[in-house]
Design a protein around this ligand. Structure first.
Ligand code: ZN
Length: 335
């Protein structure tokens, strides 16, 4: 199901993300030659509705349309079937960013495809790997890394002064590629916001011009560590203010404006109207249920017990059901 091509079709330079399925038919790995043969790997549309990465790369390809790239690029354009529908993934599909080597998901043709791309790229010894995403909720732009090594941190620091280190979920592209090259995930805010594509484009330009990721030209970053991921069990009905009488739980919408802010104990996470024992589950990085460590029930409210920093908090039900409500983070200080 994977296609590999050594040129950029003219139509790709003007295509919309939703047109890529008609244009390419299958997920496609492009190799474009540049002056320095060691490629930069760029990954886009692992989530079909996260279009910023594609538009950033498109801008880059247009810029170098009649010029030689300073460095070769290998570009993966991922879930174009979901992109056509404006969805993260189709219900019939695996999540394209949970099935890379290291994944706990069941075998599938899509999982095999990610294994093949990883093998192809490992042999090419990439200079770096950059995977570009968007958030559903409101977040600043930030980079994510999966191992704490100097080159990965330098790479992330060139994108934002905020970086997040995470090891869960498993099977993400950046984690698989961290085994053989510096790897970063760019979180570029909401897909509808053009500033995300502009920012990702200028980052790609910067990295393409670099000869090495030396820590001498590293920028300073505030580094967070993801400690937990919050999900809502399938059996729990999620409400908003329009259907509160039928809902088991209603999330505190105000937290959408609090991503990357420190939440104080006593702050409301959600209100509830249900006898169900588990309304939310706070899962640690090692997949233990640590809900009671962070959240307490008082009257009909779920309240934070400890100070914690949120990321990716959203009240969008589809995003929550396909992924999660938010992550809890702590600031990490490294020497
Ligand atoms: Zn994503």
């Amino acid at each position: 199901m994977l296609k590999e091509i050594n040129h950029i079709p003219e139509e790709l330079l003007v295509a919309r993300a939703e047109d890529l399925l008609d244009l390419l038919q299958t997920p496609t790995l492009f190799h474009i030659e540049g002056t320095n043969p060691q490629p930069l790997f760029i990954c886009t549309l692992l989530h079909g509705n996260e279009t910023t990465g594609f538009y950033a790369v498109q801008k880059l390809l247009n810029k170098y349309k009649d010029k030689t790239l300073p460095r070769s690029i290998s570009l993966f354009v991922g879930n174009i079937a979901a992109a056509k529908e404006g969805q993260r993934r189709l219900d019939s599909q695996d999540d394209y960013n949970r099935i890379w080597p290291g994944s706990h998901h069941n075998d599938s043709a899509e999982k095999d495809m990610m294994q093949i791309i990883t093998s192809i790229m490992e042999k090419k010894k990439p200079f770096a790997s950059i995977d570009i995403h968007n958030n559903t909720g409101k977040n600043p732009h930030y980079g994510c890394i999966n191992i704490l090594n100097p080159h990965g941190l330098v790479l992330a620091s060139k994108f934002s002064d905020i970086a997040v280190y995470f090891t869960d979920p498993k099977g993400v592209q950046s984690s698989a590629f961290s085994d053989f090259c510096p790897s970063v995930v760019l979180e570029c805010g909401q897909a509808k916001d053009q500033s995300g594509a502009d920012h990702a484009f200028s980052f790609l330009e910067t990295i393409l011009q670099l000869d090495e990721l030396s820590s001498e030209n590293s920028n300073s970053v505030t580094l967070y560590h993801t400690i937990a991921r919050v999900i809502i069990p399938k059996a729990v009905a999620l409400g908003d203010n329009s259907n509160e009488h039928r809902a088991d739980i209603i999330l505190n919408e105000q937290l959408e404006d609090e991503n990357f802010h420190r939440i104080q104990p006593g702050t409301e996470f959600a209100s509830f109207n249900s006898n169900k024992e588990k309304l939310i589950i706070v899962n640690s990085e090692s997949s233990e249920d640590i809900t009671n460590e962070y959240i307490e029930r008082k009257d009909n409210k779920l309240l934070f017990k400890k100070p914690v920093t949120l990321s990716m908090f959203t009240t969008n039900e589809r995003a929550i059901r396909q992924d999660c409500v938010c992550y809890f983070m702590e600031e990490l200080h490294i020497g």
